[in-house]
Design a protein. Sequence first.
Length: 226
Amino acid sequence: MVREKRSPCLSNFKFTVYGLRYFYRLLGMNHRIVELPSIKAPKKLSVVLNYKECKALFKAPALLKHRVLLALIYSAGLRVGEASRLRLSDIDSGRMMIHIRQSKYAKDRYVPLSPLVLNGLQRYCKAYHPVDYLFNGSRRGTPLSTVGIQYVVRESVKKCGFTKGISVHTLRHSYATHLLEFGMDIVSIKELLGHSRIETTMIYLHVAQSNRINLFSPIDRLYKKV
């Protein structure tokens, strides 16, 4: 099977291949699965918020709880599941670290706790009195769900009037990109993000503007020398 120029769109092509794979698997025809073409994922750069957009997003929610939640996710580069599972005991204000437990790849890691975010967390805890989990759901002692966190981000984006596609993960992308722009090395960022491979982290090199202040075209320098 080869997708030619006049064949259906990529999404239809993908569903056809996936359907055939499932069909062959049911029939035990694994040799036919191997013969099917691989489908390459499109290479797209991550959506990243600029500094002004980040500040606007953190101010957007009416509730202190939600403002602190968004700031914390960005400040620590958290995945949505990591933010949902954070417990009060994971915030180490003595060492100014956040303990992220058994996340992707079943790995633990520590990330720095921002003094600004700690101040927000203290105000939030004093007002809301969370139990066990840092951000409780509808019932105290239960975690705020990933769906709930996604709702907070979605409503905040609407309030800001942003038109680019922004999700919870956009805050993690922005965290990594901004660290690069502020001069942190790529290996340190890899550890903070909890990536298993440096190649995954290096995608942010294509987005960050660090060391790109004096971009120019070679033709300008060419004629300058004449």
